[in-house]
Write a protein that binds this ligand. Structure first.
Ligand SMILES: [Zn+2]
Length: 397
């Protein structure tokens, strides 16, 4: 019997990119790469390489050259006109850049280990002025207090652009949730095998509290499947660690979700905290994984007060539905209402703040740090226990 083919939604730009070398080719290129100039990748670089190689960032086949970078920053498009909201670039320090010429092949490395070969099509300056323009356009602020901007300013002063070919996987692929690290080609097959003709993607870097469960299940009333796709790349220090979050997802899925309607995978991307621009980026990546719909909450991928409440939802309206190709489900904040006796939002409940159970992320972290269980109106007890144990273990470590 042939494998069911998932033709429900085309990858962004039309073709699912695959930049992973296999077999003899892989061995030959890896051997050749040992002689090349080695370019060490940071955490974000490792994430981006994995995403590019597996096609999660289709149609990108490498790190951006100058024209794509410029148009992405200014207009949220590639030179082909395809929508692209977040620069995916490779920055290097000046002394290393001095040893690299355009047209040269370099080895992209994790430590000393070669992961990929890149043909450097372009080498171009990434000075403070360029970075500030990127900060202003992409992050909507030039303040270093913004974690994405702080990382941007700390990057090397030269960008290398060019196509990549992967010859070995970053170590995280083998050590961090290998059984959940499905590639877009794999998830497309998994959706098809489950018979789904539509799937909604859910991005998160937080535990799933009852409000998120309500939003996911509301979406699941409309589409065939839910692809729960937590981000496990680099995040802020004060976000709850990925292993604790994954354990909490597994607990809630086991007890409260129909197994054949949900797929849990991990998204290896690093957080940029670029709010609206990152919401587009997150949606397009999930389209590549095969999702037809994507949940966009209020202040999606935001941090602090840098973005307006609805900016991450409204930005989708700047493009035609065809250009984005995945349908955003725009949700309000949800919470438990004591009078309604269920989870509601301001859209569906006539009562007021006094009846609503709200806990901010900071309050949640403080309660867990004090060793308190989160209230049942807020979090399923199974999840509350996993979080409490995880945070207590972390405190002892
Ligand atoms: Zn109510």
């Amino acid at each position: 019997m042939s494998e069911p083919y998932y033709d429900v939604i085309r990858p962004h730009g039309g073709t699912l990119v695959d930049r992973v070398l296999r077999g003899e080719m892989q061995e030959a290129v890896r051997e050749r790469a040992e002689q090349m100039v080695k370019v060490p990748l940071d955490q974000m670089g490792l994430s981006d390489l994995e995403l590019i190689a597996t096609g999660a960032l289709s149609p990108l086949t490498g790190f951006m050259c100058k024209a794509n970078y410029g148009r992405c920053v200014e207009e949220m498009r590639l030179t082909s006109g395809v929508v692209w909201s977040i620069p995916v670039t490779l920055a290097v320090e000046s002394d290393l850049a001095g040893r690299i010429q355009e047209g040269q092949e370099v080895a992209l490395c994790e430590g000393e280990r070669v992961l990929a070969v890149m043909e450097v099509a372009e080498k171009y300056p990434y000075g403070q002025e360029v970075k500030e323009r990127e900060a202003r356009e992409v992050y909507r602020t030039t303040e270093e207090a913004h974690p994405g901007v702080a990382r941007l300013y700390g990057r090397g002063a030269t960008l290398l652009g060019g196509d990549v070919w992967l010859v070995d996987w970053p170590s995280a692929v083998k050590t961090e949730f290998p059984e959940l690290r499905h590639t877009p080609a794999q998830t497309r097959r998994m959706f098809a095998r489950r018979g789904w003709r539509s799937a909604v993607g859910f991005q998160t870097r937080n535990p799933i509290h009852r409000a998120h469960e309500y939003i996911q299940k509301t979406a699941l009333e409309i589409v065939d499947g839910l692809f729960l796709h937590p981000l496990v790349g680099e995040t802020k220090k004060d976000d709850i660690p990925a292993d604790v979050r994954i354990a909490s997802y597994q607990a809630i899925l086991r007890d409260y979700y129909p197994a054949e309607r949900v797929l849990l995978g991990v998204f290896p991307a690093a957080m940029r905290y670029a709010g609206p621009r990152e919401a587009i980026f997150h949606a397009i990546a999930r389209k590549n994984y095969g999702c037809t719909h994507f949940i966009v909450g209020r202040d999606h991928a935001g941090v602090g007060t840098y973005y307006g409440t609805y900016d991450a939802q409204n930005i989708f309206d700047q493009f035609s539905a065809d250009e984005i190709g995945i349908t955003p489900f725009k949700f309000e904040h949800a919470f438990y209402c004591k009078k309604c006796g269920t989870i509601v939002s301001a859209k569906t409940c006539p009562h007021g703040k006094d009846d609503w159970v709200f806990l901010s992320g900071t309050q949640v972290r403080e309660m867990l740090a004090r060793g308190e269980l989160l209230p049942e109106e807020f979090t399923r007890p199974q999840v509350a226990r996993v979080l409490l144990e995880g945070v207590q273990r972390q405190k002892e470590a």
